[in-house]
Write a protein that binds this ligand. Sequence first.
Ligand SMILES: [Zn+2]
Length: 143
Amino acid sequence: MRNGKLSQLMQQALSGRYGSDQLGRFLSQGSVGLLVLSFLTRRLASGRLSSLFSSVGLALLFFCYYRMFSRDIVRREAENHWYLEKEWALRDWFSFRKDRYDQRKEYAFFTCPGCKQIVRVPKNKGKIRITCRRCGYSFDKKT
Ligand SMILES: [Zn+2]
């Protein structure tokens, strides 16, 4: 019953407040990560690194709780949206790198001098003329 009472209290405290979202989770996990780092580095550089990690970690934690109990829902949602956009861009970037890495034996990758688009061509074909599919620019490369 204690638990039920506690969650009821939590619900009351959070009613009309923004609560938790993806950015909130990122902030709380980030702060825990930084506090762990701070603990691990406490003997390095006379503790300066450690206190840097712990102050940034505590700042993230503070911001996380500030957002949870905030009543300014519109602004908090905008922050979360901003965060999600960054997260997706980062995921995209990593999955692109990973694809490229997975295909490194069969394909070579070049940047088109015309439009900076990455062009993928089969590997080990000797010197070939590559025509960019996006802008039509042709250039010679050895693969
Ligand atoms: Zn191009």
